[in-house]
Design a protein around this ligand. Structure first.
Ligand code: NAP
Length: 294
């Protein structure tokens, strides 16, 4: 078998086009959807993520307010900026790029964001709403993975979905969303404490790798005909590459693609969907603010 390669870039462009139209519809009301993007320090990967998000916002006819703060910024300074942005009626979403320097508590910072502007979906209120199945912002990467499954019509009802990773931003929410009644998968979560990982991943109809370990998922760990979604983004040193590294997923791509029925490439799979879902959260927030203004 040779897998269908899931073109996350193409699917994300459809979402971005829809968002652009919705942003256009707000313009006559004098509303420009706006995301405040805060980056502390100059971590190269974070810088490139932030630039990609800001570029996508601009292309969708939305605004961004860019806060590039020094690594030495204190937690109190960051919290005071968030307080100001919470109160600013022209800002519809607040994104703090993670990770933060170790002298700043990510938990305190995330909790300081007004849940109505929590377009990353990381605030405990957003997480609670997600778990309870109530309306609220869904975290962008897990939501993007679900959108890919839906777009490709990959059967999820009754399917065994195995999620590799239990982080707060990817693994845990993804497992939760997959178990929702409208998705209806049977979910197993794996982590570093899992015994005989391969024995579990081989049972997966849908295997989602979010471990952050290049090439962790080898072909012998995959069931014939599975859908393999690779969330991992790993920089692997390569002296022949222009930047001295290449991006690789958690999946050993070529051999797994021979066995799977669907597979996402890295780059060009889940990554573009994450940005598209962020844009969708921002437009939803702006639309809600517009209604409240009436
Ligand atoms: P994380 O916080 O480091 O969590 C990794 C998870 O994987 C942990 O739960 C860890 O288990 C588990 N794990 C690590 N090595 C393992 C192994 N050998 N066997 C079994 N489980 C293992 O990472 P994250 O933030 O969730 O991100 C995961 C990956 O996705 C990273 O490569 C990241 O760059 C990428 N990512 C991509 C996007 C995107 O838009 N494409 C967005 C976010 C993240 P323990 O809990 O036991 O430590």
């Amino acid at each position: 078998m040779s897998a269908i390669i899931i073109d996350g870039k193409a699917i994300s462009l459809k979402v971005r086009e829809e968002v652009k139209q919705r942003a256009g519809a707000l313009r006559p009301k004098g509303i420009v959807p706006c995301l405040a993007v805060i980056l502390v320090g100059e971590e190269p990967a974070s810088l490139s993520y932030v630039s990609a998000k800001e570029k996508a916002l601009g292309e969708a006819g939305m605004g961004s307010r860019d806060f590039r703060l020094a690594f030495s910024t204190t937690e109190a300074e960051l919290l005071s900026l968030i307080k100001r942005l919470n109160a600013d009626g022209k800002v519809h979403g607040i994104l703090v790029q993670l990770p933060l320097p170790s002298h700043i508590s990510e938990e305190r910072v995330i909790t300081a964001i007004d849940p109505r502007k929590d377009v990353d979906g990381f605030h405990p209120v957003s997480v609670g709403n997600m778990v309870l199945g109530r309306p609220g912002f869904l975290p962008c990467t897990p939501h993007g993975v679900l959108a890919l499954l839906r777009e490709l019509r990959i059967p999820t009802a009754g399917a065994h979905a195995v999620v590799l990773g239990r982080s707060n931003i990817v693994g845990k929410p993804l497992a939760n969303l997959l178990a929702r009644r409208d998705v209806n998968a049977t979910v197993t979560i794996c982590h570093t404490g899992t015994r005989d990982l391969g024995a579990i991943t081989r049972q997966a109809d849908i295997l989602i790798a979010a471990a952050g370990r290049a090439g962790l998922v080898t072909a012998d760990m995959v069931k014939e005909g599975a859908a393999v979604i690779d969330v991992g983004v790993n920089r692997v040193a390569d002296s022949t590459a222009r930047r001295g590294y290449r991006l690789r997923g958690d999946v050993d791509y070529a051999p797994v693609a021979e066995k799977a029925a669907w597979i996402t490439p890295v780059p060009g799979g889940v990554g573009p969907m994450t940005i598209a879902m962020l844009l969708r959260n921002v437009i939803e927030s702006a639309e809600r603010f517009a209604i409240e203004q009436l």
